[in-house]
Design a binder for this molecule. Structure first.
Ligand SMILES: [Zn+2]
Ligand SMILES: [Zn+2]
Ligand SMILES: [Zn+2]
Length: 257
């Protein structure tokens, strides 16, 4: 299995437009964070988790040219607004792409991008062509995507919920400030975990470094990678502060397991 972290930034990305803080002015490429997304390839099946507003740049930088399915975590703009850039993937496979998400996410994506759910256009360049799949509203479950088991689990995200995903020994938990017991059950035995860590200070919908480290101590993955990081987190400083087996994410980070 190959996992590429396509983006590990918060909703504004880092640098933040108009900000002159040390992290936003940093020359270190690891302090430049596109919006959150990941690519997972296993058993020949290629998944994209979320369609960030930076999707085009992420696909070009990481040489991603084929996709088989999109897994949506939730409907916030930083996770879906790159949807139109799925057009080349429709073209390259000459067909529609299945998209998966919970009820509120699929409803919202269909409302905002209704044109992508019309019947497949004759000229596939004209618009994205997506087939929606609503996951049952339950705390945790799993689906089969071309022979690959994809497990999903609910996470708290402010007043809303998001889906975490698990494929084999890899799990992905962005945009969450609360993990219910059902999520910890779904995460048991995970070896590589990408997990939300917005900043040091409390937030109304994301995790703090302290809380994320508590979660990691409980899940005990071999490798935990922090994501959805804001400009409060400087890569080198954060890397020094983290315990063994925990690393800050950076765009382009690739893990093979
Ligand atoms: Zn987000
Ligand atoms: Zn800044
Ligand atoms: Zn969100």
């Amino acid at each position: 299995m190959k996992i590429i972290m396509l983006g590990c930034g918060n909703s504004s990305g880092v640098p933040l437009i108009g900000c002159n803080c040390e992290v936003c002015r940093s020359d270190n490429p690891k302090n430049k964070r596109l919006r959150v997304s990941a690519y997972v390839e296993t058993e020949g099946v290629k998944f994209l988790i979320d369609t960030s507003p930076d999707l085009r740049q992420q696909a070009l930088s990481n040489n991603i040219t084929q996709l088989d399915a999109i897994l949506y975590t939730h409907e916030h703009a930083d996770h879906i607004h790159g949807l139109d850039d799925l057009r080349p993937f429709n073209y390259l496979r000459d067909g529609s792409l299945p998209v998966y998400g919970d009820e509120h996410t699929i409803a919202s994506v269909k409302q905002r991008f209704a044109y992508a759910f019309l019947p497949k256009p004759e000229n596939i360049w004209f618009r994205p062509s997506l087939i929606p799949h609503t996951l049952p509203a339950q705390a945790a479950g799993h689906i089969d995507v071309r022979g690959v088991k994809v497990a999903y689990f609910q996470q708290g995200h402010g007043k809303s919920t998001t889906l975490g995903y698990r494929i084999s020994d890899f799990a992905y938990s962005t945009d969450t400030d609360r993990l219910p017991e059902s999520a910890f059950a779904a995460l048991a035995g995970t070896k590589t975990w990408i997990v939300d860590c917005l900043r040091y200070q409390k937030s109304h919908s994301h995790s703090t470094l302290t809380q994320t480290l508590e979660w990691i101590a409980r899940v005990k993955p071999e490798l935990a990678i922090l994501t959805h990081m804001g400009h409060e987190l400087e890569y080198e400083k954060l890397a020094r502060e983290l315990p063994g087996g925990v690393v800050p994410g950076y765009d382009g980070l690739t893990v093979e397991i």
